[in-house]
Write a protein that binds this ligand. Structure first.
Ligand SMILES: Nc1ncnc2c1ncn2[C@@H]1O[C@H](COP(=O)(O)OP(=O)(O)OP(=O)(O)O)[C@@H](O)[C@H]1O
Length: 536
């Protein structure tokens, strides 16, 4: 057998992971680390082959790598960037290897996922997206293949940010100007404004919504019909058991027109965690052109086919999906004429009618410029986007293992029962983070209801029950659980240590190291805080 290559005299290739539009990806061992840790090496090659372009690509690549470094360095659901370099005519990224399985791979053998599992994944990824968007980055290629569920915990991790790939598409126009020549994204998962080169934050929510729909139905967007008048994807008949509120949230996420979607990740996260029908509803402005297909109650869906929660059949969905994945790999970066985006006079194309109203220029050099249209000669990164509302930092989310059963094969269809899959038990860490978020948002009643009943009944702490709890939190203007970590964990009990940061209404800042004990409530399917203790 041929010896596998050693890249840059350092990264010993273990196996080839995949090939995409701009290069190849390898699993490798870092021979210069004592542990010989595993890493993912991405080798990219610019599409234009000349030295002028290479210089430009190098500059952009460096900027985008710096962004990846920041993102991965601050969020555990984004791979850490270990290194980047250029070697001859290739550019390399070396990233943390995420041990696990892509969401699409997971579905192939576990079957379609339950609503609660999909909801958990969404809630978790929305926190990641809010973090990403707070850095003014639009991911641009969210899809089941770019989400890895970590082995053991099934925590979703977001891969493959589009901007680096985009740098590989740098070309020089006839007029001598460098510009992008590609739109990054995957057909079907990519909304129209992104296909037109103008992604906004809610473009990621659109892709995430369709990813969730894939997880619920086993169908990729190309396998679903759309309403010919409105362009709305008609998925509900394939997920008849989904609750109306959850379905409405997904419908809002996948609206073809960006202004009709949730504008930012936080809003979708709030709709999911509170599941208030009013938050899920598409804004009134959307109803006029889509009222026949939106926010459909289950009874309004005509004769949904009875679909048992079977695994995605290997003979149909899997091969289709494999085909689609292959297409995605080829089409992941859609080539467009550089001149389409490049405006020699410096003007941008007109705002599309469906661009987000919130997305007004704050940091671009040109008032009309969109994130998808820039000139490389300007000193800004390809992935900066425009927004008036910077997403506030939201906590990272982590998931832990659990062993509740979800879909089994329908024996009436002759399918074999798959092994009992694990589903998500929300992580104790996420629970702790949420608790501080709730009190920060003054949702005291909600926060109180998530304390264990024994804790709530402790009159030595809460002398006046809920009122003393709410009164105390009213003295705090902002609370945050920093760096929470699970110290102990069994199926039913978890202990999390965290540094609590409290900004008091008086202006004083308080930092409290705390140990928080949580008990699993099977009925509520939630972690309840049963005790907190100040650490020395
Ligand atoms: N950090 C990572 N940890 C573990 N697996 C990874 C990581 N990054 C990529 N992979 C896996 O490697 C394979 C190839 O991924 P990659 O995204 O680089 O290429 P692609 O999807 O084939 O092409 P494209 O870059 O055009 O999307 C995929 O199966 C992906 O899940």
């Amino acid at each position: 057998m041929d010896k596998l290559p050693l890249i840059k005299d350092r990264y010993q290739v273990i196996r080839h992971l995949g090939s995409g539009g701009f290069g190849e990806t390898f699993l490798a061992e870092d021979t210069q680390m004592p542990s010989g840790r595993r890493c993912v090496v991405k080798r990219l090659k610019p599409i234009a082959d000349n030295s002028q372009i290479y210089q430009l690509v190098q500059e952009r690549f460096q900027r985008e790598a710096a962004i990846l470094e920041e993102l991965g360095g601050h969020h555990r659901q984004i791979p850490t960037l270990y290194g980047y370099f250029r070697d001859d005519d290739h550019f390399y990224l070396v990233q943390e290897y995420i041990e696990g399985e892509t969401l699409s791979g997971y579905l192939q053998h576990q079957g379609r996922l339950s609503e609660s599992t999909v909801r958990e994944i969404l809630v978790s990824l929305l926190l990641v997206l809010e973090y990403v968007h707070s850095k003014k980055i639009v991911h641009r290629d969210i899809k089941p293949d770019n989400i890895i569920l970590r082995s053991g915990s099934l925590e979703p991790v977001l891969l493959d940010f589009g901007a680096v790939k985009e740098t590989m598409g740098t070309v020089v126009t006839e007029g001598g100007h460098a510009t992008r020549s590609v739109v990054v994204g995957t057909p079907g998962f990519m909304p129209s404004e992104q296909a037109g080169g103008r992604p906004v934050y809610s473009s990621d929510l659109y892709a995430l919504g369709l990813t969730a729909i894939y997880a619920l139905t086993g169908k990729i967007p190309d396998e679903l019909e759309s309403d010919p008048m409105t362009g709305i994807v008609l998925w509900r008949p394939y997920a008849s058991g989904v609750t109306p509120t959850f379905a409405s949230i997904l419908d809002r996420a996948i609206q073809p027109h960006a202004p009709h979607r949730f504008p930012i990740a936080r809003q979708m996260w709030e709709a999911l965690t509170q599941q208030s029908p009013s938050q899920a509803a598409i804004p009134a402005t959307a109803v006029s052109d889509s009222q026949n297909t939106l926010v459909v109650s289950p009874t309004a869906v005509s004769q949904p086919p009875a679909i048992a929660p079977t695994p995605v059949p290997a003979s149909a969905g899997m091969s289709d999906w494999a085909k689609a994945a292959l297409t995605g790999a080829v089409m992941g970066v859609v080539l467009i004429g550089g001149l389409v985006l490049y405006q020699p006079n410096g003007n941008s194309p007109p705002e599309p009618e469906d661009s987000q109203p919130e997305a007004t220029t704050t940091d671009s050099h040109d008032a009309g410029e969109s994130p998808g249209n820039y000139d490389v000669n300007e000193d800004r990164t390809t992935s900066e986007v425009i927004a008036t509302e910077t997403a506030a930092s939201m906590p990272e989310s982590r998931a832990v293992p659990e062993s509740r059963a979800v879909p089994t094969a329908d024996s009436s269809q002759g399918a074999v029962n798959p092994p009992t899959p694990r589903t998500f038990r929300p992580s104790a860490v996420t629970r702790v983070e949420e608790q501080y978020r709730l009190v920060s948002h003054r949702q005291y009643q909600e926060a109180w209801s998530r304390l264990h009943e024994n804790f709530r009944g402790n009159r030595s702490i809460f002398t006046n029950g809920y009122n003393s709890y709410a009164d105390w939190w009213d003295t705090v203007s902002h609370a945050e659980a920093q760096n929470p970590q699970v110290i102990e964990q069994t199926d039913d009990r978890a202990v999390v240590n965290t540094q609590v940061r409290l900004q008091m209404r008086t202006g004083e800042m308080v930092y409290e190291p705390r140990e928080i004990t949580l008990l699993w409530n099977q009925e509520a399917e939630a972690w309840m805080i049963s005790q907190t203790r100040l650490l020395n």
